[in-house]
Design a protein around this ligand. Structure first.
Ligand code: FMN
Length: 368
């Protein structure tokens, strides 16, 4: 545990975060009139509402190119470290992550960008390291996307160099397979000279092993139909980390639709994942995975599934239903959740008024 990093180590047993608000449409591939536009004023309003409600973190998506369709899904995105810096300036308690593509950011520059954000927020910046996903994003940058395993080898050197910049007072050299840095100095250090909370969400063995060595938090999927499997995975992952002398919290991600009644919530969820979905963007997501009608016999069912898959675990219902589902996740040993909403500003007040008190009663949140 990093002393001085109070906010991610506060006494809320189950951490709550909002995921994806730096991107237009968030994570819901929808074309509803109220869809999230991710303009700055809305982002700032969302951050203040979440901060006042006691949320623990905001987690943006590192995305550089939209998926097309009438809404150009995730076509408008703020760069995440600058987004975090701005939001840290207008909030008081909440942590804000940068989701940083290691291969796209020179480590000397990234180390200082993150420290700048961290000082603006007095120790509330956190880092989600990503190594690369969509090829067209890399093509725009002119930087070659490495083979999969090598992506994490590079990230390992990148974060090791940055951690040294964050802690080392004397000039140092960093020579490794990918980096050749001479007489490196980096001042100031992060707030309180403690490293920001670091997260990774890899799903491959290489990604999981990387997180175990370098991160404080790891993202995994929650299996509603096999809670025991999720609980076993979390227990094993944490035990393996402990064997390496590391303490790692496991988080998950999902999408919340909370309405005064279960029926309202279910109807809305059904609508924006079917008729209200932007299926042209869905088709582009499938094309990037090399899934086309020509090469995939069950193309139509795959196409139908994407609006659901893209938002992760659906948490849909009345405030009682949502609280109960979150309690089940907590029961599996998971330390917190980053979830998306269709509209982060209009949907937060109900969560603040109705959900948080229920979570406090269930023991997931510390009494304010
Ligand atoms: C919660 C979560 C957030 C993620 N955020 C991003 C992101 O913002 N940008 C990105 O390029 N990849 C993102 N990813 C992808 C992961 O970093 C990772 O590349 C992906 O899960 C595949 O795992 P692998 O790299 O181990 O193969 C995210 C994944 C998850 C589960």
């Amino acid at each position: 545990m990093a002393p001085g990093r109070y906010q991610m180590y506060n006494n809320n047993p189950f951490k709550l975060g909002l995921f994806g608000a730096n991107c237009s449409s968030g994570r819901a591939i929808n074309k509803l009139p109220e869809r999230w536009l991710a303009d700055w004023d809305s982002c700032a309003a969302m951050a203040k509402l979440a901060d006042d409600a006691g949320f623990d973190f905001l987690l943006p998506i590192g995305r550089w190119k939209g998926y097309g369709g009438p809404t150009n899904f995730q076509g408008v995105t703020y760069e995440t470290v600058t987004w975090a810096t701005g939001l840290l300036a207008v909030t008081k308690r909440i942590n804000v992550f940068g989701t940083v593509h290691a291969p796209l950011f020179n480590p000397m520059v990234a180390a200082k960008q993150m420290v700048t954000a961290d000082h603006v927020g007095h120790g509330r910046f956190a880092l989600n390291i990503v190594v690369g996903w969509n090829e067209p994003e890399f093509q725009m940058s002119g930087i070659r996307q490495r083979e999969h395993g090598e992506r994490y080898d590079f990230a390992e050197e990148w974060i090791s160099a940055i951690k040294q910049m964050w802690s080392e007072d004397k000039p140092f050299d960093f020579h490794s397979a990918f980096l050749d840095l001479h007489s490196v100095v980096s001042e100031p250090k992060p707030d309180g000279r403690t490293a920001p909370f670091i997260m990774n969400a890899g799903s491959s063995d290489a990604g999981k092993a990387f997180a175990m060595r370098h991160c404080n938090g790891f993202f995994t999927s929650f299996r509603e139909h096999d809670v025991k499997k999720s609980a076993d995975f979390v227990a094993r992952y944490k035990a393996d980390a402990r064997a390496l002398g590391r303490d790692i919290d496991v988080f998950t991600q999902g999408h919340v639709v909370c309405r005064p009644t279960r029926k309202e919530a279910e109807d809305y969820f059904h609508y924006f994942t079917t008729e209200g979905a932007d299926f042209e963007a869905v088709e582009e997501i499938l094309r990037l995975k090399n899934v086309t009608r020509a090469n995939t016999p069950d193309y139509d069912s795959r196409r139908k599934a994407i609006p659901l898959m893209n938002i992760g675990y659906p948490i849909v219902g009345s405030p009682d239903d949502v609280a109960e589902k979150l309690a089940r996740i907590y029961g599996a040993g998971i330390s917190g959740i980053g979830f998306s909403l269709v509209n982060y500003v209009t949907e937060l007040p109900l969560l603040a008024q109705e959900l948080i008190p229920r979570l406090t009663k269930l023991g997931l949140r510390a009494p304010v």
